[in-house]
Design a protein around this ligand. Structure first.
Ligand SMILES: *Cc1c(COP(=O)(O)O)cnc(C)c1O
Length: 372
């Protein structure tokens, strides 16, 4: 099989989804599975739906188009404000989009009318993280603007925290969203279907607060795919953190001096990594670099230490592991590494539902290359 390749365990993704869906349903919250880190993979989307997600969301129109081509029944949401230039495509691939701009609402209304359908709108509210969102005071008026458009439907309100400034979801900011939902419903004599509280960073709050309020949906990507709470990148109990494995191939093995020699300046990616110690290092080079993956969040197997990475070379100290040219090494990935690998044209994606062949567990994840 080609390397680098990233393997996605669909069974683990389904199980992670089910665990989160079960925990959240106890407090009246549904899950929209977010596929953007997996490029809108239909296989991964289907695993989320099997696990009980009530719909799927993605930030990119081409990813939603991929999902739409394989499944026409589940609700698809565009979770980034639509580009004005893409309004027509958006109403074609998404049932709902998250919005903040009135000029975009106008364009979506026209596009939906042209296709003889109604497009759902969730208005995003600024709750303090300073990314997308309408100021709370302006939300009732924005809701009125949506209601004036015949081909739009006001589906609900939403918020997004943590992504830009790490602002933590809590009773206060979520309470603002709940208050706005009540205000909009009272003012316009209607009830909203969706109150989308946020992303994986909301889980800790949702599962411990006694005050979920009107929040009835979360949009979950990282927690499902990697089993991590993004606020501190800590594992969430009961979830798989190894649904993805990135495999690279050894292209050079040599005992080298521990320290470089010669005058030194910048390396390919800025300051060179410090190489300390004396004597020699059992160094191996893998055919994988910045064009394939991000260094932060790349987790080597126990006993292998990453020494540095340039565009195409990952240099490791393989310690006591016996390694030969042609061997493969499996790495775990964090969110940034996952996104980079999934979006790299050089990395093959393999989706499977079961133990990998040949069997690799994370503890002994160095394995010999199979012929062919
Ligand atoms: C990426 C994103 C999500 C999902 O975030 P995770 O941390 O992966 O759960 C939800 N909502 C919006 C608006 C996003 O951009």
């Amino acid at each position: 099989m080609t390397t680098p390749r990233i393997r996605a365990d669909l069974h683990k993704i389904e199980q992670n989804t089910r665990t989160l869906v079960d925990r959240l349903s106890a407090v009246g919250i549904r899950v929209t599975g977010i596929t953007k880190a997996a490029l809108g993979s239909p296989g991964i989307g289907a695993a989320m739906l099997r696990g009980g997600a009530s719909g799927l969301g993605d930030s990119r129109v081409p990813n939603l188009a991929r999902l739409a081509a394989s499944d026409t029944s589940s609700r698809r949401t565009l979770i980034r404000s639509p580009m004005l230039s893409q309004a027509a495509c958006v109403v074609g691939v998404a049932d709902v989009s998250l919005n903040t701009e009135s000029v975009v609402l106008d364009a979506l209304d026209r596009a939906a009318a042209g296709r003889n359908r109604r497009h759902g709108i969730v208005l995003m509210v600024e709750l303090g993280d300073l990314r997308e969102g309408i100021a709370p005071a302006d939300v009732p008026e924005a809701a009125r603007a949506v209601l004036r458009h015949p081909s739009l439907r006001l589906v609900g309100l939403g918020g997004n925290l943590a992504c830009q400034h790490g602002v933590v979801p809590d009773d206060r900011n979520m309470g603002v969203l709940t208050g706005l939902v009540d205000a909009v419903e009272a003012r316009h004599g209607m009830s909203l279907d969706v109150v989308s509280g946020g992303n994986s960073a909301n889980l800790g709050w949702a599962l411990t607060t006694g005050a979920v309020g009107r929040i009835d949906e979360l949009r979950l990507g990282e927690a499902i795919l990697l089993g991590l709470d993004p606020l501190h990148r800590t594992p969430i109990s009961g979830l798989h953190t190894d649904a993805f494995t990135l495999t690279a191939e050894v292209i050079e093995v040599a005992v080298k001096p521990a320290r470089p020699w010669g005058d030194r300046a910048q390396a390919a990616y800025g300051e060179p990594p410090a190489r300390t110690g004396s004597g020699t290092v059992r160094q191996a080079i893998l055919a994988m670099g910045q064009q394939d993956v991000e260094l932060a969040g790349l987790q080597p197997p126990a006993g292998i230490e990453v020494l540095g990475m340039s565009s195409d070379h990952l240099v490791v100290d393989h310690g006591d592991h016996a390694l030969a040219v042609g061997d493969e090494i499996d790495f775990g990935v964090g969110y940034g590494a996952l996104v980079r690998a999934m979006t790299s044209p050089f990395v093959t994606t393999v989706e499977h539902s079961g133990p990998p062949v040949p069997t690799t567990d994370r503890a002994g994840a160095v394995h010999e290359r199979r012929a062919g």
